[in-house]
Design a protein around this ligand. Structure first.
Ligand code: BGP
Length: 478
């Protein structure tokens, strides 16, 4: 629908930007930090682009004051970051490592002193290696107690200071990449193990949310889901059904559990037929029902256009992690769906489809199905950037991308969607898990190249100044 006039963004809208510990901090062995599964995984030859790792990353651990000063200059209202579990508990549990905890207390204090709302992610994929070794991490029910215990330490330490908490970042991604595509640790490829690990992650998520509410914590908590709304390629009923199936298996399969405490019917039935459904204990339903989030975090990058895929059709294909346009392979689930190119949208050099309208569509779907406020916890464009001799970065393509998506949010707000805020991915340039340092997302350029050499100096991109104005006008000129 087209509105005659668009609503204004709410006055207290959180104009923000985001990062994750492993991708920015570096200092991987400092101040008592333990080893995470990513610290180990990146050392296995061939796992990441050109063997890049987060040992130094963009050195945010030592430069956080400089980074926060840049945020302040830009006028950022919120900064989303994650805590490295291994800084708090080097071995996942046991004695608290005070120096590690202090880093986050200092970061939060620095943000608050600069009028920036901290949005804290409890888990952005860097599981303590000790828990992986001891009981296979997410593949054990034991993770629920350890994750809750770790979260409680942060709840207590930052009570009243941090008002927005993200429980798990992109459970759907770390589980599917970790246990099916084998592209993230622990590099397993087994659907049965994947769905069981996913079930324990659901329990851990619910337990942490329940703990937050039981402790009467001021503020709000919710998971961040990587949502790629599904489209059928055309109106062939087979393809429409394939899109419904993809929405069920790739989206409702997580969001329904977060919001309804139940898996979607058709998806679970299919997994049972295939013998890969998770074992669900009777008491699990109770916990899932008791751990309802206050908001849903959404990470939005692209939509997913599908057609029907016969039983002898394509399976998992390779992703483009090189930035060589057109190098990704076809991918699908035999008997259900396969992904195809959407002929109506452009693609990035990493083959990600650029579809601002898809964000509005996704926000509308969430609102209709779940009636819950949404915090957009990630959205952005990963591209090559060029530092000119004058030390400038003319990233007009990023400005176009963000402008289109902010406009789509404004339209969604006008449709009646309750959006709490918008965090771009990412604040500074940072390490892209599988794509190295050349795939850049930041408002702030960091001199760090593929060989992990560079001054690590920060330079403001054109998009930095553009977003500064957006914030000044509370988005209402877009
Ligand atoms: C999300 C992750 C982020 C970030 C982003 C961009 O899935 O939550 O941590 O990496 O995607 O992805 P990529 O780095 O693969 O381009």
């Amino acid at each position: 629908m087209e509105h005659k006039q668009l609503d204004q963004f709410p006055k207290d809208f959180l104009w923000g930007s985001a990062s994750a510990a492993y991708q920015v901090e570096g200092a991987w062995q400092e101040d008592g930090k333990g080893v995470s599964v990513w610290d180990e995984f990146v050392r296995i030859p061939g796992k990441t682009f050109k063997g890049t790792n987060g040992d130094v990353a963009v050195d945010h651990y030592h430069r956080y004051k400089e980074d926060v000063a840049l945020m302040k200059e830009q006028g950022l209202k919120a900064y989303r970051f994650s805590v490295a579990w291994t800084r708090i508990f080097p071995n996942g549990r046991g004695e608290i490592n005070q120096a590690g905890l202090q880093f986050y207390i200092d970061l939060v204090d620095e943000l608050i002193a600069n009028q920036i709302e901290p949005v804290l992610t409890l888990y952005h994929w860097d599981l303590p290696q000790a828990l992986q070794d001891e009981y296979q991490g997410w593949e054990s029910r034991k993770i629920v107690a350890d994750f809750t215990n770790y979260a409680q330490v942060l709840f207590e330490a930052l009570r009243g200071k941090v008002k927005y908490w993200v429980s798990l970042n992109e459970q759907n991604i770390f589980i599917s990449h970790g246990y099916l595509m084998a592209s993230h640790p622990p590099a397993v490829s087994d659907p049965k193990r994947m769905y069981q690990a996913n079930h324990y992650a659901n329990l851990a998520n619910a337990a942490v949310i329940k703990k937050f509410h039981d402790m009467d914590m001021p503020g709000k908590i919710g998971p961040s889901f990587a949502y790629s709304p599904n489209y059928p390629l055309d109106s062939d009923p087979q393809n429409v059904l394939a899109a419904e199936d993809s929405e069920d298996l790739n989206a409702h399969f997580w969001m329904d559990v977060y919001l309804f405490g139940k898996y979607p019917i058709a998806a679970l039935k299919l997994l049972k037929e295939q013998g890969v459904a998770p074992i669900i204990e009777p008491e699990d339903d109770e916990l899932l029902a008791a751990g309802k989030p206050d908001f849903l975090g959404i990470n939005y990058y692209q939509t997913n256009t599908v057609v029907f895929n016969p039983l002898d059709g394509v399976g998992l294909g390779r992703m483009n992690t090189t930035g060589e346009k057109g190098s990704s392979e076809e991918s699908g689930l035999p008997g259900v769906f396969k992904r195809v190119e959407n002929p109506f949208v452009e693609r990035t050099n990493w083959d990600w489809e650029i579809d601002p309208e898809g964000l509005r569509i996704g926000l509308r779907r969430i609102t209709s199905r779940y009636r819950i406020p949404v915090l957009i916890t990630e959205n952005g464009l990963g591209e090559y950037d060029k530092l000119t001799e004058a030390k400038e970065i003319h990233d007009d393509y990023r400005i176009d991308y963000l402008k289109g998506h902010i406009h789509a949010i404004r339209e969604a707000i006008t449709d009646g969607v309750d959006v709490l805020g918008y965090c771009t991915w990412s604040y500074t340039d940072l390490l892209s898990w599988l794509n190295g340092y050349q795939k850049r997302y930041g408002f702030v350029y960091v001199a760090q190249d593929e060989n992990q050499e560079g001054s690590l100096n920060r330079y403001k991109k054109d998009s930095f100044y553009w977003y500064q104005k957006v914030i000044q006008n509370n988005g209402n000129t877009i």
